[in-house]
Design a protein around this ligand. Structure first.
Ligand SMILES: *Cc1c(COP(=O)(O)O)cnc(C)c1O
Length: 397
């Protein structure tokens, strides 16, 4: 019996250049982002300039976490108590959490057969609730038809915030993920595409939104020390009217991130090679369904999802269990009990007006997910896929 021995939570080390830069920051004692000489740019300043350039947008704010970026994105967009924010029902808990934190009400939108947000459901809920804000998660790296999304946003006058926690480095139709909406948020948490333990980014083209985000993030009156940011006049009113929700990035984490950013495209290719190695074998099994992805979708395969459409719940659970015994860690998004990082929408009981999403539950009920750490080789991926196919066939009856 084949067994896989490596850990699904082991990431690659921080690049040596990042370690050296971090040591330099510690030697200097200047860990706070505003702890600079008059003409000096801190590691955090440079990181923001570099990520703005990478995305091809004028403004970038580095901050405490991806979830924090989502929260201040909404505040900076003008979300206030009682507003409605459309968002995916199939996403991670920090997304509805960020909406709740901004005082707004989440309006959950269902998932479609390709694991993307259901655009028909989106449009009907937008019309029915007259929501003005849409927080779109490119959940698990699945990018919905962005052309249609933009049409829906324009028709319904929706302010679009993209949650790119799983699409840093990805694109749609040759354009970077995160450059379609009004604001985009990214995470630098250990299990995303760059790793500083915790960390996040907010990018936008709107000067006022950016100015509010900078003040919200805890800039005090030091907003002129932001370089991927609008000119200081933009802050004239905003600096008085915007609260400080302290959640800055620090120079230590920025130092660790900068060399990772210059390696990002290369890392994305390495993920995709591993993804394809897994996919190729999983597709040989007729019981396993991997939805086709549109050609326009330049995704990053840092995780893989598949469905077992003919399986009942207890069979899906058996697959998870037997794979686990053989060292392959799968997550089941259909689980009615929240476990680890995974929770189904109906377990966010603090949300008001939680109504059942039958189609979404059906799709999630056979949907499995697996992380693809870069510490796995392509050979490892082939072994993992063989084990999954074996187990799926074994659990068929
Ligand atoms: C991780 C994640 C977040 C939040 O990022 P943190 O940096 O952990 O706060 C938001 N949305 C999605 C889809 C995520 O996976």
């Amino acid at each position: 019996m084949k067994v896989f021995k490596k850990s699904f939570t082991q990431q690659e080390p921080i690049p040596e250049a990042g370690i050296a830069a971090a040591v330099e920051v510690m030697r200097s004692g200047c860990l706070h982002r505003y702890n600079t000489l008059p003409d000096e740019k801190s590691e955090t300043d440079l990181l923001e300039l570099e990520f703005a350039a990478y995305q091809g947008v004028p403004y970038c704010l580095a901050c405490a976490s991806g979830g924090y970026a989502l929260h201040i994105a909404m505040r900076a967009a003008g979300v206030s108590a009682g507003d409605r924010v459309l968002c995916n029902a199939f996403t991670l808990a920090p997304v509805p959490g960020a909406i709740h934190n901004s005082g707004a009400e989440a309006v959950l939108v269902g998932v479609d057969d390709d694991y993307c947000i259901d655009l028909e459901d989106l449009e009907s809920r937008a019309e029915e609730t007259a929501a003005r804000f849409f927080l779109l998660s490119h959940m698990r790296g699945h990018i919905v038809d962005m052309h249609r999304v933009m049409e829906i946003c324009n028709r319904n006058d929706l302010f679009l915030i993209e949650d790119c926690a799983h699409t840093m480095g990805a694109g749609w139709n040759g354009r970077k993920s995160g450059t379609f909406g009004d604001v985009a948020c990214f995470s630098a948490q250990t299990y995303k595409h760059v790793n500083s333990g915790e960390g996040g980014f907010l990018t936008t083209r709107h000067p006022e939104v950016m100015a509010r985000a900078v003040i919200l993030s805890g800039s005090y009156m030091l907003y002129e020390h932001h370089f991927a940011a609008p000119p200081k006049e933009t802050y004239d009113q905003i600096s008085y009217e915007t609260p400080n929700y302290s959640g800055r990035m620090d120079n230590l984490r920025a130092a660790i991130l900068r060399p990772q950013l210059s390696e990002l495209d290369n890392q994305c290719e390495r993920w995709n090679r591993r993804y394809r190695a897994l996919e190729k074998i999983l597709r040989t099994c007729s019981l396993i369904l991997i939805p086709k992805r549109l050609e326009a979708e330049q995704f990053v395969g840092s995780s893989i999802q598949f469905s077992l459409p003919h399986f009942r719940e207890e069979q899906v659970l058996k697959v998870v269990e037997y794979c686990g015994v053989r060292g392959v860690v799968l997550k089941w998004f259909g689980d009615s009990v929240p476990r680890g990082y995974t929770s189904r929408y109906d377990s966010w009981r603090y949300l008001s007006r939680l109504s059942p999403l039958t189609r979404t539950e059906q799709i999630l009920s056979t949907l499995l997910d697996m992380r693809i750490p870069l510490t796995f080789s392509r050979k490892d991926c082939a072994l993992i896929a063989d084990i999954i196919v074996d187990v799926v066939q074994e659990c068929r009856t």
